[in-house]
Write a protein that binds this ligand. Structure first.
Ligand code: FES
Length: 173
């Protein structure tokens, strides 16, 4: 019986993770558009993904896939940037200034790997106590810079390697 219980728990966990992916409503709406810009699945593992940022409205977060992982691209509002920068580093479990998590001159764009640093669920955008992301699996709250603020996750959402290839497009990887 203990085995059956463990199996059920495991399935529940997977179900929650899947539901979290599906619940990124805003991202799902723009997914078809972004998806067309992604490389074919056969080359996905290779590499870099170029993303046109022009369809992403201010205040919107979209999810693109990079090397099989979700990557969140947040077009931050002035308020979201200010909130991130006004936070004293001493209040952060994994202290890192917002300025180090974005590219200079492109402060409105935050690009982070959409994988919770606790046990790998996909956090939900524009949720949680810090207006950034909330991971429903075990209750981790991230801020508008993708930094962990509360809950069991030990580290900030990872910023992947990326660069601006023009003012309106980035290459991830
Ligand atoms: S996996 Fe996100 S809080 Fe545990």
């Amino acid at each position: 019986m203990a085995t059956a219980t463990a199996g059920t728990t495991r399935r529940d966990f997977l179900y929650i993770a899947t539901a979290a992916v599906g619940a990124v409503g805003t991202a799902a709406a723009v997914w078809p558009l972004i998806h067309q810009m992604n490389p074919d699945a056969s080359v996905l593992a290779l590499a870099s993904t170029e993303v046109d940022l022009t369809p992403i409205a201010e205040g919107q977060i979209v999810t693109v896939k990079w090397r099989g992982k979700p990557v969140f691209i947040s077009h931050r509002t002035k308020k979201e940037i200010e909130e991130a920068r006004a936070t004293p580093l001493a209040q952060l479990p994994d202290p890192q200034p917002d300025q180090e998590r974005v590219k200079e001159g492109h402060d409105q764009w935050l690009v982070v790997v959409g994988v919770c640093t606790h046990l790998g669920c996909v956090p939900l955008g524009h949720q949680g106590d810090y207006d950034g992301w909330f991971c429903p699996c075990h209750g981790s709250h991230y801020d508008t810079s993708g930094r962990i603020r509360q809950g069991p996750a030990p580290a900030n959402l990872e910023v992947p390697t990326y660069e601006f290839v023009s003012d309106t497009s980035i290459r991830i990887g």
